[in-house]
Design a binder for this molecule. Structure first.
Ligand SMILES: Nc1ncnc2c1ncn2[C@@H]1O[C@H](COP(=O)(O)OP(=O)(O)O)[C@@H](O)[C@H]1O
Ligand SMILES: [Mg+2]
Length: 170
């Protein structure tokens, strides 16, 4: 399906129940220590979240040097692709506009997902339309927590976080 900076995303079929899933694989071999930690963190963070506006984590594993993250398959593409398609949908392929109700639904869904992330002390740090995925009914799910951060203190509660956390969107 897609190839990113560190990994690839495949449309896959679960052997367990035949369901279509998204399989994100990250090659850990060439990564620096902190990059490996970030990759594993994505799986760990996602596995702790359960919300209708956050991409659902199904499983994750390490196989040799490959990290695999299995997620629900979201057939609607990204909000970015939808916006582009809308803008190209006008006469002559220019000047069209996205459906307003659909745009509000996506926007509110994204906010709801982010509120949940923040309630779990997670900051996403890469919020953009390319990381907003759509289900079959056009509802938004926040995904790609590849560089997200968990804000914790030594006491286990919330804090101002580290430098990376302060650089985030909250
Ligand atoms: N759950 C999913 N369902 C369908 N497609 C997905 C899913 N997750 C990722 N993709 C596809 O893979 C692309 C990259 O995924 P993403 O998680 O943003 O990784 P990165 O940006 O780090 O490469 C997305 O733009 C989308 O096309
Ligand atoms: Mg992405």
């Amino acid at each position: 399906m897609a190839r990113g900076a560190f990994g690839r995303v495949y449309k896959a079929k679960s052997k367990r129940d035949g369901a279509t899933v998204a399989l994100k694989t990250v090659d850990l071999a060439g990564l620096k220590r902190h990059e490996r930690a970030e990759a594993v963190d994505e799986a760990r963070t996602l596995s702790r979240l359960a919300h209708p506006n956050i991409v659902r984590h199904l499983d994750s594993f390490i196989d040799g040097d490959t990290l695999g993250i299995v997620m629900e398959w979201l057939p609607g593409g990204t909000a970015h692709a939808l916006a582009r398609a809308g803008l190209q949908g006008g006469p002559g392929g220019r000047g069209g506009c996205a459906d307003e109700v659909a745009a509000w639904r996506i926007f509110l869904g994204a906010l709801s997902g982010l509120v949940h992330l923040h309630s779990k002390r997670v900051i996403h740090r890469d919020v953009k339309s390319m990381n907003l995925f759509l289900d079959g009914e056009g509802h938004a799910r926040v995904g790609d927590l590849g560089i997200a951060r968990q804000r914790v203190t030594h006491r286990g509660g919330s804090s101002g976080g580290d430098g990376a956390a302060r650089a985030g969107p909250c």
